[in-house]
Ligand binder design. Structure first.
Ligand code: OX2
Length: 803
């Protein structure tokens, strides 16, 4: 109860800081509340773990090199069913919960969609009562903090642990050793079995930090285990100087902020092996406590490989089965296949990880031997199956002096899934077609989903309360119940209430924009939002070109009617991705020009919010009117901001790409604005090689005028950047067909403006989007993973399923 909470809170504050509420800082209050929560859910966590153990329940382990949880306090309170009590209790003490969550560090151990998906899954797995855990790296520094200086992106370190982390627990007793480098050869042991003998290995200690993943009002608390490197006591004498120690500690120091190019080299490869080896060792150690025979491990353990970064799970698991458990190759391979499954998140060729053979051999000699043997057997087996030998060259793991991680992941997993229908189709028919012909049964689709609790219940309180009043509260447990809102699509009272909620969120965002960027925007304008990593294929440039066109229209005819719009961007560029940084600079300079031009009369505003992250997304998304999902068809595997924006009543403007297609299917053609060429047309262009960007420049005066603005001084301070953009389109023939889609994009944007003017129509479309967003709940997605891929079942109290 509220009274109990107040007593406990004061007591804890006094124990921890010897302070009363009046003297404590927000950080001290935050830590007090965090520690109180932690003590409270720890017993559930222990109980959950005991139940899994007693039931010998099969558990899934989600291996991901990125997790992007954002802040945890509010969502933990919600899931613990403490939120209201705590808010009221704190209020009585004169404390606003928002002031406490304000000081929480945003946990950003990921780049974007891939890491955020992992965290949405963690929430949903626990909330569905499923036995599933995360396994990753505890980076000392998360994704860089972005600043703009003269319109350029500057990266600052994200020292997120400097103020402590109330959610994690260091588990010294669960540390394991991970070995690198050295030499290895095989020797026969007494039983005539080949065993590896190592020389000169580097031994490092992997120490786990566990964070409870709290289920929604179900008392289930799963675990996200993140590993940190240390020098083992036995090795202390080897690392005398500070520099030597530092090179070791570097292993888990930084998240490689590059999710598009395979870079970072040796440290990145070492990171991949580090968390994979530590994770698998700890799983096998746990398995032994069940006292079941090792060849049945697949009945108790499922390991998921989230994109290729953890693909070394396959040879590492083989290594342990062969070298430590004494299995034959055939036995080991049979269980490995049954344990492993793999998700592909992109078809972008440059994101397909490949490692030079020499590097792998040097860093992980035994693992390399095992990969070689997997490859050799794959070739041998496949030769018997196919007529056309060229398929082997295209699918084998080791080729052209490189190790293909996706090939390893596919060959060693029983399930391979894409993340949206179109994406999974393209994997089968184009990108992984050869593999599909070899292993058709392994391929399946699992369309992404989002943690709707975080993205609606927590992020959008005004809308949540309208929903409660209109359709009751069942949608909070069962997002599909949002469908009931469809009964109110012509109810003006409900539409007005939804519009008022949106208004409140827009005012909130406008205040944030004023505070952080000192730009005044009117909540009467259309809030048009594009938030995602900056990448050429996502085509922030197409958005910018449209903005420049609007600006030029106003300049040419200052008194003409122009419906006010605020274009809002949030995006980080990989530090080494020069072109993406160029686009940021161009957007920022255009913003400078447009926002300060008196002719514009505030009808057009551009806001590029600094340091886009999960917490900022939670403020932007509820305030959005328009959701920009404008990647070139075929390139965005799924997208997940598209789902979050839809859930919050934004109307989508989209290409037929990724999950946009499924959003269209859910809301109907009339309630989404589709434009642009299809994936088939994209492939036709590739095939015929007939795309000519310059012809659009020559024949379309609007395109010409917009592009000239990049190089003729119209937009100040972008001499080199403007030229670079111009050249990318005209000299290098516009890799992502921006000019091809420009005209239809502009038309779709004009339609949006017309529609927005018809308030009632707009509100109805917005309502239809909210009502149909339930299908994108990550709860449903993880249930499909649980049933089809992992074969895990929800906890049943004291079930004695396996004796
Ligand atoms: C992203 C994809 O680009 C995005 O389309 C998808 O929604 C998300 O993963 C979650 O599946 N790195 N990030 C991604 O893929 C890779 C590789």
């Amino acid at each position: 109860t509220k009274e109990q909470f107040i007593t406990q809170f004061k007591k804890r504050l006094s124990e921890k800081y010897a302070m009363g509420v009046e003297d404590a800082s927000p950080t001290e209050l935050y830590n007090t509340l965090g520690s109180l929560m932690h003590s409270a859910y720890s017993s559930d966590r222990h109980h959950t773990w005991r139940q899994y153990l007693l039931n010998k329940q099969k558990q899934a382990y989600y291996f991901s090199i990125e997790f992007l949880p954002g802040k945890l306090m509010a969502s933990n309170l919600l899931n613990m069913d403490w939120l209201e009590t705590v808010e009221e209790g704190l209020a009585e003490l004169g404390i606003d919960l928002a002031d406490l969550t304000e000081v929480e560090q945003d946990m950003a151990l990921g780049n974007g969609g891939l890491g955020r998906l992992a965290s949405c899954f963690m929430d949903s797995i626990a909330s569905c009562g499923l036995p599933g855990n995360g396994n990753g790296i505890r980076y000392e520094y998360g994704l860089f903090k972005q600043k703009f200086i003269d319109g350029h992106q500057v990266e600052l370190p994200d020292d997120w642990l400097s103020t402590g982390n109330v959610w994690e627990v260091r588990k010294d007793s669960k540390a394991v050793d991970v070995c690198f480098y050295g030499q290895v050869h095989l020797e026969e042991d007494a039983n005539g079995k080949l065993k590896p003998v190592y020389k000169n290995q580097q031994v490092l200690r992997a120490v786990p930090y566990d964070t409870g993943m709290i289920g929604y009002k179900n008392n289930i608390v799963n675990n996200m285990r993140l590993w940190s490197v240390e020098i083992p006591n036995s090795e202390e004498s080897k690392y005398r100087s500070l520099e030597e120690r530092r090179t070791i500690e570097d292993l888990t120091a930084v998240l490689y902020p590059d999710d598009s190019n395979a870079k970072g080299q040796m440290t990145r490869l070492a990171q991949e092996y580090f968390f994979v080896s530590a994770g698998i060792q700890s799983i096998v150690r746990y398995y032994h406590t069940l006292k079941e025979p090792i060849h049945r491990i697949h009945e108790y353990v499922a390991i998921h490989i989230n994109d290729t970064h953890p693909a070394l799970c396959i040879p590492e698991f083989m290594r342990i089965m062969l070298d430590e458990e004494g299995m034959s190759w055939e036995e080991a391979w049979a269980v490995t296949l049954k344990v492993m499954s793999y998700t592909n998140h992109t078809i972008m060729a440059e994101a397909m990880e490949k490692w030079p053979i020499d590097m792998l051999k040097q860093l992980l000699p035994r693992i390399y031997q095992i990969i070689e043997e997997i490859d050799r057997r794959f070739v041998e087996e496949t030769e018997l199956k196919v007529h056309d030998r060229s398929i082997i060259d295209r699918t084998r793991i080791i080729n052209h002096n490189q190790v293909h991680m996706a090939h390893l992941a596919i060959i060693g997993s029983h399930s391979i899934n894409g993340v949206a229908k179109l994406h999974s189709e393209l994997l089968k028919t184009v990108v992984l077609h050869d593999f599909y012909s070899l292993y058709p049964a392994r391929f399946n689709n699992k369309t992404n989903g989002i943690a709707e609790r975080r993205w609606l219940q927590l992020a959008n309180r005004p809308l949540s309360s309208v929903l409660d009043k209109t359709i009751g509260t069942s949608w909070r447990d069962n997002p599909e119940d949002l469908q009931q809102l469809l009964n109110y699509q012509d109810d003006q009272k409900v539409l007005n209430a939804l519009a008022a909620a949106k208004r409140q969120n827009k005012e909130n965002l406008a205040a944030l924009i004023k505070k952080t960027q000192d730009i005044t925007v009117s909540p009467d304008a259309i809030f048009d939002v594009q938030i995602k990593r900056l990448h050429a294929y996502k085509r922030q440039l197409l958005n910018l070109m449209h903005i420049i066109k609007c600006y030029q229209d106003i300049k040419n005819n200052p008194d003409s009617e122009f419906y006010p719009r605020v274009f809002i961007f949030g995006a980080k560029a990989a530090p080494s991705y020069a072109y993406a940084k160029t686009i940021i600079k161009c957007i920022n300079e255009t913003a400078n020009l447009v926002n300060n031009d008196p002719d514009v009369k505030d009808r057009l505003k551009i806001v590029f919010l600094e340091n886009y992250n999960v917490s900022l997304a939670e403020v932007i998304i509820p305030a959005a009117d328009v959701s920009e999902q404008i990647s070139l068809a075929s390139k965005e595997a799924s997208g997940t901001s598209n789902m979050k924006l839809m859930l919050n009543g934004a109307v989508t403007i989209a290409t037929l790409d990724g999950a946009n297609i499924e959003i269209r299917d859910a809301v109907g053609e009339e309630n989404i604005n589709i434009f642009g060429i299809t994936e088939q047309e994209v492939y036709d262009y590739y095939e015929s090689n007939t795309y000519s960007a310059v012809s659009y420049f020559e024949k379309d005066p609007v395109i010409r005028r917009v592009l000239e603005a990049f190089i003729d001084g119209t937009i100040p301070n972008i001499q080199s950047e403007g030229r670079e953009v111009f050249d990318s389109l005209i000299r290098y023939n516009d890799e992502f067909f921006v000019l091809r889609d420009f005209e239809s994009y502009v038309k779709a944007q004009e339609k949006i403006t017309e529609c927005y003017k018809d308030k009632r129509k707009w509100q109805k479309i917005s309502l239809i989007n909210i009502a149909n967003a339930g299908v994108f709940s990550a709860d449903e997605t993880v249930k499909r993973y649980a049933d089809d891929i992992w074969q895990i079942e929800p906890v049943t109290e004291y079930s004695s399923k396996k004796g």
